[in-house]
Design a protein around this ligand. Structure first.
Ligand code: CU
Ligand code: CU
Length: 655
């Protein structure tokens, strides 16, 4: 076949694909480049251009694409480029890319918070007004398809503070009214030393309680805020906890509203979370304010339960400490309820299992104690706080920055942990993968096939054909020593093995993620290396490129089609769907849209849908009845052929 021009695979618009030069064009280009070399000063550059051109030719040969897939860089205009730290696929095919301040303190100080709405097929782009700094929040797609975003950044870390600072608990003894304190409210301590609040806060009115003896008593309301000394230097150090008055507060409440401050020091300060929560409404494409969480969170995980409630875990609080308080969001009332107290490191990977417990795999994004009590994997009962540890991971301390996936199909209850490394900036990293079968009577970890090399932050994306794409990550903490990984592999559940795939175009380490698109391709974004060179001497900016990977199955001939499917399917019910060639369908999968941040996506799952052929082009399908297996929400329905080629997805809502 003459392939002098590239024909886009089905579902991919032509313009997004680079044209591959034909052989003749290649020869002409070679000639031009060689002629240029005569006058070129820098001959090695010409050599590199030639090699690149030849490489480009190699990786776009049809046989290569059908074996290894193809990466394509999306062309995003400069004004729409954002730091792709948080992302989620909406049920209308758009991808919501949330940056907030984007790990950029200048943006944080200026209140510049960004969100991009991108349709990767039509390339329609739109910036969305972002009312708070959602950088390092947690997010999840709710059962109605809207996106809950909880927490974010109240304050950046400060490695060398110039002003003493600490935590202030503001106490309101007054049952008659709440108090709103603007950012910069002054607290005066012993000796007249002044501190200013870092953010605005509201302290509710105190509560009256009727005691058994008939006498009412008052329970004070309390709220924490970070405060910084107004004056620089050691003169404002406060060695111990003490009581503070509010300087600008006049009137009868004075004395009933006061601060209790911790010691005020010049020690390193960690990032601090907010308790803000918003819902991105997919119909209006805007963020709606919902009631705040009870606890501030920076790096929390949001996991959907079988009843559609959202368990919200961990995160750094308003003082930069890992919180042990967990809470549950009710999407019907849009309110938060206290959950069991249990400590997890930040962004814990917790997967909903068939019996309704959350399985903590040990993967996390750091912070918090590295003791076995905090890091050992196990099954957590969110009602009783019972925690059943699962043995077999040799050193849970080496699971920081690892990735975890619930392998397809979800019915197998099989989980994989990939890569990861030691605590903090440790140079330890591992190529290990571990597998666990939670459906077994005695679940325990077994060793899986190794990754190509030790890898922190590997990006993992479930594919419709029961494979898992594994790409990106870096050997060292945040890509240090030029260690970004472009090696890409595909893990095959059926054979428990990896095969090679085309190298990614760009390295992606910390703050990156990947999303399966409805047409079967995979979008990858993000990457936040500390340095731009091997010597770690030049700082590096955020990787704002967005790539799409077309897996080999997009180049392997005719794809099955879903001709007709209900848009609403209830657990335990049967439906008829129509497909193009029913005799060639191997299996059907319902896949939850991806919603990754910090290479964590605990809600990603691919559910097998049993079916029977019933004549014509029809399949009689049965939706599983266990809602812990198939929690409510929008799903992509894929039909996969006997040769492992998936259809484009049909969207289905499961109530
Ligand atoms: Cu982060
Ligand atoms: Cu506990």
């Amino acid at each position: 076949m003459n392939r002098s021009t590239v024909v886009a695979p089905p579902g991919i618009p032509g313009p997004q694909r680079r044209k591959r030069p034909g052989r003749r064009l290649l020869t002409i280009l070679l000639g031009v480049l060689l002629a240029g070399a005569v006058v070129a000063v820098n001959i090695p550059t010409v050599g590199t251009a030639l090699t690149d051109r030849y490489h480009r030719y190699q990786i776009t040969r049809p046989a290569y694409e059908a074996k290894y897939g193809l990466w394509v860089k999306l062309d995003i205009p400069a004004r729409f480029r954002v730091n792709g730290i948080h992302s989620t696929l909406l049920h209308n095919g758009d991808v919501l890319i949330m940056a907030g301040s984007g790990n950029n303190q200048t943006f944080f100080d200026a209140g510049t918070f960004k969100t991009l709405l991108l349709n990767p097929v039509t390339m329609r782009e739109r910036l969305i007004h972002t009312p708070w700094d959602l950088f390092c929040a947690g997010h999840i797609e709710l059962p109605d398809g809207n996106i809950l975003v909880a927490g974010g950044t109240a304050r950046y870390e400060n490695l060398k503070p110039t002003h003493a600072g600490g935590s202030m608990t503001v106490v309101n003894d007054d049952p008659s009214q709440p108090w709103h304190l603007p950012k910069g409210t002054i607290f005066v301590g012993p000796g007249g030393v002044r501190f200013a609040s870092a953010f605005a806060l509201t302290i509710p009115a105190a509560k009256r309680h009727a005691a058994l003896n008939g006498k009412a008593h008052v329970i004070a309301a309390k709220q924490n805020v970070w405060v910084d000394a107004v004056k620089k230097g050691k003169g404002s150090l406060m060695p111990a906890a003490d009581r503070y008055v509010l300087r600008d507060l006049l009137g009868p409440a004075n004395g009933r509203l006061y601060g209790v401050g911790t010691a005020m020091t010049l020690q390193k300060q960690d990032f601090q979370g907010t308790n803000d929560a918003y819902i991105f409404n997919t119909a209006t494409s805007s963020f709606e304010d919902v009631s705040s969480m009870h606890y501030a969170r920076w790096y929390p995980t949001l996991a959907e339960m079988g009843n559609g409630m959202v368990m919200t875990m961990s995160g750094l609080d308003g003082q930069g400490q890992v919180t042990v308080n967990n809470e549950m969001f009710n999407p019907a009332t849009r309110t938060w309820a206290q959950g069991p107290v249990h400590g997890f490191p930040t962004y814990p990977a917790t997967f909903l299992t068939e019996d309704g417990r959350l399985f903590f795999t040990g993967s996390n994004a750091g912070y918090g104690p590295d003791t076995p009590a905090w890091r050992t994997p196990g099954l957590w009962n969110t009602k009783t706080d019972g925690f059943q540890t699962v043995p077999g991971i040799p050193d849970p301390k080496n699971l920081e920055t690892s990735a975890s996936v619930l392998l397809p199909p979800a019915q197998k209850q099989s989980i994989m942990v990939l890569g990861g490394g030691g605590v903090g900036q440790s140079s330890t990293a591992t190529a290990d993968t571990r597998l666990i079968d939670l459906a077994a009577p005695d679940p325990h970890w077994v060793r899986g096939p190794d990754l190509a090399r030790p890898t922190r932050y590997p990006i993992t994306v479930l594919l419709p054909n029961d494979d898992v794409l594994v790409t990106g990550g870096s050997r060292y903490y945040r890509g240090m020593h030029g260690s970004d990984n472009r090696d890409t592999r595909i893990y095959h559940v059926a054979t428990n093995s990896f095969s090679g795939a085309a190298d990614s175009i760009t390295g992606r380490d910390y703050h990156s993620g990947g999303i399966l698109l409805p047409n079967g391709s995979v979008l990858t974004l993000g990457g936040n290396p500390l340095f731009g060179n091997k010597q770690d001497t030049t700082p590096e900016t955020f990787n704002q490129e967005i790539d799409v990977y077309y897996p080999p199955y997009m180049f392997q001939g005719t794809r099955p089609r879903i001709e007709e499917a209900p848009t609403f399917m209830e657990p335990g019910h049967r439906y008829i769907i129509g497909v193009s060639e029913p005799s060639k369908i191997k299996y059907l999968r319902l896949m939850r849209p991806d919603n990754p941040t910090h290479v964590t996506d605990v809600n990603a799952r691919s559910i097998a849908i049993p079916f029977q052929r019933v004549g014509g082009n029809d399949l009689d399908v049965t939706i599983p009845s266990n809602t812990n297996l198939i929690p409510p929400g929008y799903y992509m329905l894929f039909a996969v052929s006997r040769s492992g080629v998936p259809s484009t997805a049909a969207w289905v809502r499961v109530p």
